[in-house]
Each structure stands twice: as C-alpha cells, then as structure tokens.
Design a protein around this ligand. Structure first.
Ligand SMILES: Cc1cc2nc3c(=O)[nH]c(=O)nc-3n(C[C@H](O)[C@H](O)[C@H](O)COP(=O)(O)OP(=O)(O)OC[C@H]3O[C@@H](n4cnc5c(N)ncnc54)[C@H](O)[C@@H]3O)c2cc1C
Length: 550
C-alpha cells in the first residue's frame, strides 16, 4: 500500500515539477510555430511548445497588419535582395538577405498557404491582391485585410493542434535557460563549452517552477517593444528571451537598432494602435496639424514612402521643432471611403471606437517603438553561440535587417529561420546525446521567499524603465542621454534584482527583471556605437570615411 502511494506521489511530483522532451520551443508566434510544424513530421519526436500567454495565438505575430512578402508581378529574388540590403544601411549580412529573398516567398506558399491553409486576399480570378509598402521596389505584400497576423497565428496554431506529438502549454513563462556549467553539479563542466538543456518554467496558474529538460531548445520569444513608453507591441514583448540568453552567456548583436514605427495612433484609449505602413502605401499622406505635407523636405525621392527611420525622424523633428504633440495621417483624401473600410477594416473599426473616422478625416499619429532588429546572434541555421540553443524570429539576429528592417520582412524571417532551425535539428538530434538527468539539475529553490510580489512596485518600476528608454534611448540619442540612461538603469537593475531575490515569482516580476536587463543591453549597445546608422540616430555621431572614424 505504502509502495503504491509512494509511486503515485512520485508520478504526480514528476508531472508537476519535471518535464522532458526532445525539443523545447519557448514561444509560439510565427517562428516557434513554424519550427514545431516541421519537427512534428516525425511522429516519434516529442515537441513541447510553451507560451507565457493564456492563449496560444497571443503574440506579436497576431497583431501584424500590413502583411508578408511574396513574389509579386515583375518581381524577383534579386530585386527583393537589393531592397533588403538598401534598407539595412550597410549592416545587412548579404548571405542572410540572400537566404530570405530566395527561400522566403516559396516557403510562404508551401507552409502558410498549403500546409496551414492561410488564404490571402485575392481577385476573383485567384490572382493575389499585391500590396505596396515603403522602400519596396515592387508590389509584393500578401495580406488578409489588415489582420494578416491574426489569420497566420490562428491557422498555424490550429495546424499544430493536429499533431499528437506537439504539446502546447499556455500560461507557462520560461524564467531561465538551464545551461551547463551554470546549473551543473559537476565542477568539471566548467571546462566545457556552454550548453543548453532546457529551461526553468513558471506555471502561472499553479505558481510553481519546474525543470523542463530538452535535448534542444529553441528561443522564439519575440521582441521587446514594451521596454518603451510608446510602442505598438503587446504586453508580452518585454525581451524575455534576450535576457535569458544574455544571462546564459550567448552572443548578442545589433541591440542598438530599435525600429520606431512612424505612425501609431495618438488618441486616448487607443495609444500605440499601429496605423500600418500599407496606409501610406495606398496613398496616405503625412501632414502637420495645420494640414501641410512635409515628407518632401526629408525625402524628395520617396516622400511618404521613405524608409521607416527617415519618416519616424522626420515626424519627430516636425514635432520637436514646431511644438506639435502629434502629426496627422490623411488617407481619406486619397482613397474612397468604401475602399478604406474594405482594405483596412481593423484600423477603421479601432479608430471608430475612439471617435475617429479614418475614411473621412485625418487621424493623429506619433512614432512608437516597433521592432527589434538585433538579438541573439545566430547563423544561417538559427544556431546561437550556445550548444543546443537555437533562436528564431524577432528575438534572433540573423543579420537580415542590419541597421533597419524593410517592412514586412519579419514574418518572413520567422518563417524561414523557424524552418531552418527545424531542418538543422532534424539533422543533428540523434547526435547531441540525451539531456542530463533530473538529478543532475538542481530544482528551483524558493524556500526562503515569503514576500508576495507587489503589483504597484512592478508597474512603477516598469513605467520608470519605459520612460528612461523613451527619453534617453529613443529616436534621437546622444552621449549625455545614453550615459544618464545607463546610470539610472543600473540603479534600477540593483533594486529589481534585490526585489527578485526576496519575492515569490510572478509573470510580472519575471518580465520586470528581464525588461531592465534588456534595457541596459540596448542602452549600452547604443552608447558603444558612435555612428548614426539606420534606426540608430545620434545627434553627436562621428563621421565615417571609408572604414575610418574622422
Ligand atoms: C502591431 C504590429 C504590426 C506588425 N506588422 C507586421 C507586418 O505587417 N509584417 C511583418 O512582417 N511584421 C510585422 N510586425 C512584426 C512581426 O509581427 C513580429 O516581428 C513577428 O510576428 C515576431 O514573431 P516571433 O515568432 O518572433 O514572436 P512573437 O510572435 O512575438 O511570439 C513570441 C512568443 O513567445 C512567447 N513568450 C515570450 N516570452 C516568453 C517567456 N518568458 N516564456 C514563454 N513564452 C514566452 C509569447 O507568448 C509568444 O508566444 C508587426 C508587429 C506589431 C507589434
């Protein structure tokens, strides 16, 4: 009897506190879901996909509006390659841009259309309705109204649910990667390269942390827009994956390159709502509040369709120079009202909710943090500098975006590198050896923690980080602003670390700890890079001649 009880208890304990799998995927936006989809083709392979969100589809992917790049009429891989490289302002890795340009559009057709069943907007004849976006030399953007991301997220998640060997766990926040030598009990592991064996995962409903061991781990945790006061990103985008990888010792690159979207709605109750670039693609024009167009002064060639950094800084300059708190975006004068309602139903409805009718009047907009061009440095197969750790999607730095991302490349990048990670794992899984045993990895220790996390402290500290980042590490940077930011963030980092070490875990506390860590990473990278380039702009930039600073 006692024996049966002990066995049952042990099984229950394992179920709650321990998990083991072949591949652990942290995050199920487009990048994580794509990797899972390919890996699941071998029914013997066990794949765990975890997300901190209560719903699997909740992610940045879900909010993507404008669309994803296909191969439009008169288009070619070479033309796309040239556009990506031009937007990247000299920092795009040519090999990565070539992979995206060659593999992206066919893979979109194979995975999103054929496997997941996403139906993009098309004519009655079946010909896609190709959209135009800034700095693209061809109309090549596939979309589903202005809810492209929603369609992609829902179709991918429901396709994943068809596979018995994929276990999707929601409300599960990864706290830290399990890496050796950091979490090893064997002192000799200090002499081996850093390797990843899964993650400590916080179960938000049970409020417990368990060890999730895996042969291979894929970080697919998305971006970090939420470290800024004004952002288009949803609450989960706080850089968790970057912070975890950084603590584990992974190489990080291009962290100073934060892309600010020029046009987020500036209306109480809908702050940060993205007004897609496709709105300017369809003829929308930026105006000062006294109704004067201004983009011709900043980019005579591209005007309102100039690259994002140019448009965002132009708006910032107009606002600062003339004391405006916003500028206007006018689509109503350039597109019929009915067409606006059909092409942009989501934006139209969300604006109406706060009393603005985009089909009849210009709407107020401001720039907002939108996309993280840097990240965990990976190679062409999504491999990070840590053994058995891959990074895919917005959290990774493949080199594609360089100093500035070309619109609508990020969904495609998640698709291509999510798929590539899976291909590489398929090739290597058998040879990586089994993960360590549970006895080799210490359990999470919360024994001395009694304080409950205080939401007021978490929210207050988070707002402080967001304000520091917005004012001092925002669109326009300087040595003075950056060193002030770093001083204040270091102080906050110490405070938060003490808070973290003395308080029971919550998802909010995990996010706060990560947010201050990644804010420092971004601020320090911005301080080190004294050149203005792409979306990193400094008022005190040094000039460069050839490869020499002058
Ligand atoms: C409003 C908006 C509009 C956009 N429009 C476009 C567009 O039109 N075209 C385009 O190409 N790109 C667009 N982008 C960018 C694009 O949506 C993202 O770059 C892309 O979706 C990122 O995909 P991902 O899979 O890397 O991450 P995400 O889709 O953000 O997924 C991240 C996943 O990680 C999970 N996660 C995070 N932290 C943890 C943790 N600690 N533990 C467990 N799980 C965690 C999240 O819950 C989520 O499941 C847009 C972004 C926004 C915000």
């Amino acid at each position: 009897m006692i024996c049966v009880f002990v066995t049952l208890w042990f099984k229950l304990f394992r179920k709650i506190f321990l998990a083991e799998t072949d591949v652990l995927i942290i995050g199920c936006g487009i990048a994580g879901a794509t990797a899972a989809l390919r890996l699941a083709r071998d029914s013997k392979r066990r794949i765990a996909v975890i997300t901190r969100a209560p719903e699997a589809r909740e992610s940045n992917t879900r909010y993507a509006q404008g669309g994803i790049i296909g191969r439009g009429p008169g288009d070619s891989a070479d033309l796309l390659f040239n556009d990506i490289v031009a937007a990247g302002a000299g920092v795009t890795l040519p090999k990565a841009a070539r992979i995206l340009a060659d593999e992206g559009p066919p893979l979109l057709n194979e995975i999103l259309e054929k496997t997941a069943g996403v139906i993009f907007d098309h004519e009655a004849s079946g010909e896609p309705l190709w959209g135009q976006e800034a700095a693209h030399s061809r109309r090549r953007i596939l979309h589903v109204g202005d809810l492209t991301g929603m369609a992609i997220a829902e179709r991918l998640i429901s396709t994943l649910r068809n596979f018995d060997n994929i276990n999707i766990q929601t409300d599960a926040t990864a706290v830290d990667l399990i890496t050796f030598p950091h979490h090893s009990r064997d002192p000799l592991d200090n002499y081996r390269p850093i390797s990843c064996h899964g993650a400590y995962v916080f179960n938000r409903s049970q409020k417990t942390v368990h060890r999730h061991l895996a042969n291979t781990t894929i970080l697919a945790t998305g971006g970090l827009g939420r470290i800024y006061r004004n952002t288009t990103n949803p609450v989960g985008a706080r850089g968790d994956g970057l912070a975890m990888a950084h603590r584990a010792g992974a190489r990080i690159a291009n962290a100073e390159y934060i892309q600010f979207h020029p046009t987020a709605l500036a209306a109480p109750g809908a702050e940060g709502l993205l007004i897609s670039e496709a709105v300017r693609g369809e003829g929308g024009v930026l105006l000062t509040p006294d109704l004067k167009p201004f983009m011709h002064k900043y980019s005579p060639e591209w005007k309102d369709l100039a690259p994002r950094d140019v448009v965002a800084r132009a708006i910032h300059h107009e606002m600062e120079a003339c004391g405006f708190s916003y500028v206007l975006l006018d689509l109503a004068s350039h597109m019929e009202a009915e067409k606006i309602r059909t092409r942009f139903p989501f934006i139209y409805n969300e604006c109406l909710k706060v009393g603005l009718d985009i089909s009849r009047e210009p709407v107020p907009v401001v720039p907002a943090a939108h996309y993280f061009c840097g990240g965990v440095l990976v190679d062409e197969w999504s491999r990070s500098s840590i053994e058995n750790l891959y990074a895919v999607g917005e959290i990774s730095c493949t080199g594609v975006h360089g100093a500035n991302r070309l619109a609508s490349t990020s969904l495609l990048e998640g698709l291509v590198w999510g798929n590539r990670a899976a291909i590489d794992i398929e090739r290597t899984l058998g040879s990586t050896g089994p993960p360590p045993k549970f006895e080799d990895v210490p359990p999470w220790d919360e024994s001395n923690l009694s304080a409950e996390p205080d939401p007021a402290l978490i929210q207050g500290d988070m707002q402080t980080i967001q304000n520091i980042m917005w004012h001092y590490v925002g669109l326009v940077r300087s040595a003075d602003r950056l060193s002030r930011a770093i001083r204040e963030l270091r102080h906050l980092w110490n405070e938060i670390e003490t808070f973290y070490r003395t308080t029971k875990l919550s998802d909010g506390l995990i996010g706060l700890r990560n947010a201050v860590e990644v804010a420092l990473i971004v601020a320090q990278a911005a301080q080190h890079n004294r050149q203005s380039r792409g979306c990193h702009y400094r008022t005190d930039a040094v000039e460069v001649e050839g490869d020499r600073l002058i």
